[in-house]
Write a protein that binds this ligand. Structure first.
Ligand code: IPE
Ligand code: IPE
Ligand code: MG
Ligand code: MG
Ligand code: MG
Length: 301
């Protein structure tokens, strides 16, 4: 099955889901009165600020394969976006990438201050698990527990946090292609994998369907990161809403550095073909996810 939705239908679907996701986040992060209001304001600033909302879209699209109600998937999508946004708030801090621009606006620590940005990240990380643990995410406590286990593995030191550690380590500069794939699989791929796996957990999918989604997610995360490297090398800060040329400036080994611009683009394209083939098992129902993989390849921001 090679059917792919038009990119227009995909943009309409993504925009509609992004809107629902933002209403959910708006509801989940309500600023209380009192001096702690500032950390809530910074948490809202770090999440309700644009962004492609790709990971929540994957949660929703995956969940729909198994007829999971949107109301449940949206809560998991919000939790994933909270952790992704927290990672960006912390990633931009002076102690890490020291970037002033994020999603086209001053980074959280510029709009607030370093300490508030650290606390906002802590608040988002913690709230994400509160959202998962709430019975309205799924009535079955065992399923909520499975979600929390998979999510914490993806986001923690064996996943995204570990990837961030490798990314700023002295060993980083000399990584070969396999080393880069390993790093990016942790830093970026793990959260993509959870985003896709979440629908299968919520829908109690059978092993074959779940494995197909996991394979798709692994390929997609890799292609996403190759394109991130390409955009860092070739894109504009205006389109991206974040500084470019950072990888070269920091002397980081990247897919583009290893494969060249054309080689990296060809590799990303090949991986997206693989990703789409993994969805054959879902037939026509997989067309939105196939279109999402094409979007990841063609994106300019
Ligand atoms: C940026 O992710 C960080 C990476 C993992 C490369 P996105 O490109 O998905 O960022 P937003 O959410 O759209 O801002
Ligand atoms: C940050 O990676 C991704 C995570 C926080 C996991 P990058 O430092 O490459 O992301 P950008 O390029 O600033 O968005
Ligand atoms: Mg970084
Ligand atoms: Mg960065
Ligand atoms: Mg980057």
């Amino acid at each position: 099955v090679t059917e792919v939705l038009s990119s227009d239908s995909l943009s309409v679907a993504m925009a509609a889901d992004a809107k629902k996701l933002e209403s959910m986040i708006d509801l989940l992060i309500a600023t209380p009165p009192g001096p702690e209001a500032r950390v809530f304001d910074a948490m809202r600033y770090g999440t309700l600020n644009g962004g492609k909302r790709l990971r929540p879209f994957l949660v929703l699209s995956g969940a729909r394969l198994f007829n999971v109600p949107d109301a449940q998937a949206l809560r998991v999508g919000a939790a994933v976006e909270m952790i992704h946004s927290y990672s960006l708030v912390h990633d931009d801090l002076p102690a890490m990438d020291d970037d002033d621009l994020r999603r086209g606006r001053p980074s959280c620590h510029i709009a607030f201050d370093d300490a508030t940005a650290i606390l906002a990240g802590d608040g988002l990380l913690t709230l994400a698990f509160e959202v998962l643990a709430d019975p309205s995410t799924h009535p079955d406590a065992e399923i909520r527990c499975s979600l929390a286990t998979a999510f914490s593995r993806a986001a923690g030191a064996s996943g995204m946090v570990g990837g961030q550690m490798i990314d700023i380590s002295p060993e980083r500069a000399a990584l070969d292609l396999d080393g880069i794939k390993h790093l990016q699989g942790m830093k970026t791929g793990a959260l993509f994998t959870f985003a896709c796996e979440a629908g299968a957990i919520l829908g109690q999918a059978e092993a074959a369907a779940r494995d197909a989604l996991l394979g798709f997610a692994g390929d997609l995360g890799l292609a996403f990161q190759i394109v991130d490297d390409l955009l860092d090398a070739e894109g504009s800060a205006e389109d991206l809403g974040k500084p470019t040329g950072q990888d070269a400036a920091l002397g980081k080994a990247t897919f583009v550095g290893q494969l060249g611009l054309e080689g990296a683009r060809a590799e990303a394209s090949r991986i997206v073909d693989d990703a789409c083939a993994r969805l054959d098992i879902f037939g026509k129902k997989g067309s939105l996810l196939r279109a999402t993989a094409r979007f990841v390849l063609a994106r300019r921001s």
